[in-house]
Structure formats: C-alpha cells, structure tokens
Design a protein around this ligand. Sequence first.
Ligand code: AMP
Ligand code: ZN
Length: 470
Amino acid sequence: MSFNVYNSLSKTKEPFRPLEDGVVRMYNCGPTVYNRQHIGNFRSFLFADTLRRWLEYSGYEVRQVMNITDVGHLLDDQDEGEDKIEAQAKRTQKSPKEIADEYAQMFLEDIAQFGVLEPLARPRATEYIPEMVEMVEGLIAKGNAYQVGGDVYFDVASFPPYGRLSGNRVEDLVAGARIDVNEDKRHPADFALWKSDPRHLMKWETVFGPDGFPGWHIECSAMARKLLGDRIDVHTGGEDNVFPHHECEIAQTECFTGAPFATYWMHAKFLQVDGGKMSKSLGNVYTIDDVKEKGYDPRQLRYALIRGHYRTPLNFTWESMKGAAAELDNLDDLLALLQRAAEGADGDPGAGAELVQEAQAGFEAAMNDDLNVSQALAALLPLRRQALENAFGSEAAKDALAFLERAMAVFGIAREQDAGSDAEIDALVAARTQARADKDWAESDRIRDELAALGIEVKDTAGGATWRRK
Ligand code: AMP
Ligand code: ZN
C-alpha cells in the first residue's frame, strides 16, 4: 500500500514517490535559537520525527537535515525589524553567539528528552555563509535578484509561480498591512536575500559589501542544497512557515538550480493552548519544564503532542494532558498484559491471531493516509479489549507484542528508549559473555549489574546468553 501525503503545494493528497528508490531526502525547518522552544514548536519537530520514523518503518533510508537558525530571522518575519537573536543579546547584555549557543544547547537537551532521532545534520546558518553568498550571486547573474547598495533583493516578478504555495498573488502583495514600503525594492513583495547594516552585530564582508548578513529564507535554501542536493523529497515546517519563508525558499532555489526544489511540502498546524494562541501575557507559553513541573514526563508530553493528526489544530489544556497520560498508561498496560499472555501456556496458542493482523493492517493504513496518528492509535484498541478479557493465546500474544512494540517505536514512545537500545544491550551481553570466557568474574558481574539497572535480565542457556526486559 502506498503512502499518501497531503502536499501543501498541490493542496491534495498525493502518493509518495521519492526521487531515488528507497531513499528520502528530508529538510525540516528548525528552531531560531533566541529563546527556549515551547511545546508548540515541539509539535512541529515531533511531527517531523514521526514522519521520519514512519518512513523508516516503511523501509526507506531517510536522509534528514534540521537546521538551527542563528542569524537573520528578523522580528516581523519580513525584511524589517531587529534580528531576533541580536535583540535578545542586547536585552541580556550577552553576545549573539552566547545567546545562540545557550538556546541551541537547551533545544538539543529538550529534543533528547523527547527521544527525537538524530538527523544526518543540524547545520547552523552562520556556518554556511559562503554557500548562501554563492546562491545570491548566482541569482543576480541570472537576473532573479538585484543589488541596491549593500542589500540584495529577490525580484518576485522574475518567478511567475511565486505565490503558488501560499496562495498569495503578487499583485495583492502591495505595500500595506504586512509589508512596509521600502524605497529600494522594485516591487513591495520583493524580499531580501542579503542585507547590510553597520549596526548589525553579526556581519560578514562579502562581494556585496563589508557589513552584510543573510536573509532568513536563503539560509534554508543554501543549507538544504549543500547537505541534501539541488532537489529534495520532503520539506517540513509549522504552518506559519508557508509564507513568507517557504514561498521564498522555493523561488530562490528553483531559480538558482532550474529544477523543482522539494516534491512534497508538509506543514503542521499550530498547537493552541487553552483554545487560543500561546501568549506571554496569558502566561501559557509552556516549555517542557513547565509540563514536568506538573508531574508529567517528556514521554507523556510527546504522546500528547503527536496523538492528533498533524493537520488538525491541537488544543493543549491540562485536562487534555491528563487524558493523554491516561491513554499512554493504557498502552503500557496492554504491553504488560500481552507479555503475560505470551508466557502463558493455557488454551489455543493462536487465539486472537486475526485481531493482530487486523490491528496491524488498520495501523498501517492509517499511517499511510497522511500520517493519521489518531486513527492509527484507534486501530490498536481491539488488542486491548482482547487482552483485558484474557483471550489471547501465547503465540498470538507474542505477535501482538512484537507489533505493538514496533507501532510504539513509530510514535517514539517505546519503553526501551529509557533503557538503552537493543543494539546497546546486545553489545553489553556480548561483552559479558567475553568476560566469562576470559574468566574475568568481576567484570562479568559488573556488566550483569549494569544490565540489571537497565531492567534487563540475562539467562545463560546451552545456546548462549539470552536477555529480556523485565
Ligand atoms: P521558530 O523558532 O520561531 O523559527 O519556530 C520553530 C518551528 O516551530 C517552526 O517550524 C514554526 O513553524 C513552529 N511553530 C511555532 N509555533 C508553533 C505552534 N504554536 N505550533 C506548532 N508549531 C509551531
Ligand atoms: Zn527554514
């Protein structure tokens, strides 16, 4: 069965076909590191992680890149206003680099708590300035961009498909509410590829002048191209990235390379809190720590953030958090029930086998339908009913267990994340076997204790050592 994804570009669900058989090139817009990321940001990042996990479950090799924006993201998302990182640096009397390092580190710690898989690369914009300059120069040479003083603007009139992603029409994007009149621009909708400002703290000397810095959009175009190639399969972000960010990325990359950029554009709808936008004045801009303080762990929060469909707005309340934690408890109970049933010896070992097949088929069909996580979770419910009635035979329970563990791994909520991966445990067990062969009993006892601390029980059998999670 094929994977169908909703493509924001065509506004329809399309069968997923990567450019290269078996390989997916995916770029995710990452955080701007000027403050602590909130749980809304993590909804978008966890969507990207779930997508990756689903592609891997489906057998693809995923080459994933998620950037870190550490320069050029201006306060109003357009070409005006202060750089977000510099504004924070000034407020706190630190350097922009200190701010970026501090919040990038915090982001990495948060993402690790959520059990997010490491991408191929987490490029930082400031480390790809030559690649950006190369693209900007190329766009000038091709007549898609023009320089005014030390600034370079993209000429939207030179790219007729501009507006296709967001539905904006260039003729409507006149000087007005969102776009300040800028005398230097040929058209009010033209956007900055490169800006110059001697007061900017982060600045580079380039062919465009001495005090320049990149526009936010060119950063992602350049990093994606450098790390994944001219064309990629999937590009993701939150819904606010559609315009101007992704619209501008498409224009820049496609004019520069002469080829389509990403085949599929996927956007997560915003997380709302208490039915509205998160706002500082309402005191509901929650971070992972705020949720932990209320007694929930990151695994429960992850579950709360992914359990709805990524294209449905999600409303976070403490009541919904409680509900999510209870649902996850049910899944954990199901695991325990299945474990017990798998070890049982009564009755027909195959009892309930068809339910496992149905649950798996339902789960896969739902995930293949544009990552419908809520429906995929619903497909697991019949397993719980059967297990509660104690109606699984041992063989069917083993199959159910194996499937459920894989499904939970797709959601990033597998228990083993707390207790080391299978490969790590295999390595520890092998080291213990070696220590025993060497008659190094102190070492073999030490490893056994380490495994016990991870909740792993090792059994020595005639065929060698085996292990299981307690
Ligand atoms: P930023 O740090 O502002 O660049 O945002 C990082 C990512 O989080 C972007 O992909 C945004 O689209 C996304 N994002 C921001 N706010 C929310 C929200 N409330 N819900 C979901 N995604 C969000
Ligand atoms: Zn981006």
